[in-house]
Design a protein around this ligand. Structure first.
Ligand code: SAM
Ligand code: DTB
Ligand code: SF4
Length: 365
């Protein structure tokens, strides 16, 4: 069932004409987005997959690897986060990593087939004294021929410009939930603070990675509210991570009720439909999802994952397991080539990871 939404708004761009709504819209109402959510599951998935095929190769998935460059002792009180210094999660804190460690981790990620390297810091915002190190990390990782992404908390316009000038491709800054639910989850900053940083990132010319977390006890209207906020930004984020809450002992959300897995898939499908040209990332939480659920998420339009055995501080499926799943589903990693000769290197890395799976199979059987 294809939803009929108006495409006559000033902010829409017609991409092509088929049965799915092929416009990039920025004036979604909560009611329209709720109607998408409430469709029968098969109708929603059909619409999401049809939309996906108009914008992307449905058998390609972008792969990014994460590294925590500064771990724990964060002054913010985000109720989901193992890195908040306010909760006792037993996490070992670490200072800002040395540049050599960052380069070697990025090289290893590239060797196993990742095309983007995302560096995350447990900061409210970067301190002036740390900026030179961070800018150097961007330059060095870029020099390896990888796309770069950072998530460092709130940025001023000057900090955003400095990162852009160093060559940072993406900045990750999540809205996390609806404006209405935000205060239930975080009290040390406001929704407007998040929007201000997103504006600074855009103003500096960087690509935006912005999404949220589901499974935090929010209502369907909160999931709708988050997606409406994302889709009604002046430009859609190029990357939209949808995280399933990783319940970490010691955080206030450790005993939160599980979200119905189909609600998670619906969230991905609706994100795909209303932000059709964005990469939607099946983000945190994959360690607790079976392969059938991940396949369903790809069918719903997810076309990016975090790859490598750790997210920032919590476990993620090992690379071989992901390559094995890609193989079984006929999915290939999306390529990014800073230099044409990298095509061969990338193919070699992926072939190696896929063949290593036999060792993995043997070891895990
Ligand atoms: N401190 C920076 C900030 O908050 O923007 C950057 C790092 S922070 C860990 C990045 C994102 O990780 C958060 O916005 C949240 O979406 C996600 N995250 C953190 N803990 C999570 C958890 N337990 N489950 C799922 N996602 C989580
Ligand atoms: C995003 O949306 N998810 C990633 C990344 N952006 C920085 C982080 C997930 C963190 C999960 C909890 C942890 O590993 O600490
Ligand atoms: Fe700090 Fe970011 Fe974790 Fe919030 S999500 S506690 S800001 S590291």
């Amino acid at each position: 069932m294809v939803s009929t939404v108006s495409s006559t708004t000033v902010s829409s761009t017609t991409v092509s004409s088929t049965t799915v709504p092929l416009t990039i819209r920025h004036e979604w109402t909560a009611q329209q987005v709720l109607s998408l959510f409430r469709q029968p599951f098969n109708d929603l998935l059909f619409e999401a997959q049809s939309t996906h095929r108009e914008y992307f190769d449905p058998n390609r998935v972008q792969i990014s690897t994460l590294l925590s460059i500064k771990t724990g002792a964060c002054p913010e009180d985000c109720k989901y986060c193992p890195q908040s210094g306010i909760y006792n999660t037993g996490l070992e804190k670490e200072k800002l990593l040395e540049i050599d460690k960052v380069i070697s981790e990025a090289q290893a990620a590239k060797d196993s087939g990742a095309t983007r390297f995302c560096m995350g810091a447990a900061w409210r915002s970067p301190a002036a004294k740390d900026m030179p190190c961070v800018l150097n990390m961007v330059k060095e990782v870029k020099a390896l021929g990888m796309e770069t992404c950072m998530t460092l908390g709130m940025l001023t316009d000057v900090q955003a410009q400095d990162l852009a000038d160093a060559g940072l491709d993406y900045y990750n800054h999540n809205l996390d939930t609806s404006p209405e639910y935000y205060g239930e989850i975080i009290t040390t900053r406001s929704y407007q603070d998040r929007l201000d940083t997103l504006e600074n990132v855009r103003g500096a010319g960087m690509k935006v990675c912005c999404g949220g977390i589901v499974g935090m006890g929010e209502s369907v209207m909160d999931r709708v509210g988050l997606l409406v906020q994302l889709a009604n930004l002046a430009e859609h984020p190029e990357s939209v991570p949808i995280n399933m809450l990783v319940k970490v002992a010691g955080t206030p959300l450790e005993n939160e009720q599980d979200l119905d897995p189909f609600e998670f898939i619906r969230t991905i499908a609706v994100a795909r439909i209303i932000m059709p040209a964005s990469h939607v990332r099946l983000s945190a939480g994959r360690e607790d999802m079976n392969e059938e659920m991940q396949a369903l998420a790809f069918h719903a339009g997810a076309n990016s994952i975090f790859y490598g055995e750790k997210l920032l501080t919590t476990p993620n499926p090992v690379a071989n397991k992901d390559m094995q799943l890609f193989d079984r589903l006929g999915i290939k990693p999306e390529e990014h080539h800073a230099h044409p000769e990298q095509e061969e290197e990338m193919q070699a890395a992926v072939t190696k990871a896929a063949s290593d799976k036999y060792f993995y199979d043997a070891a895990s059987s």
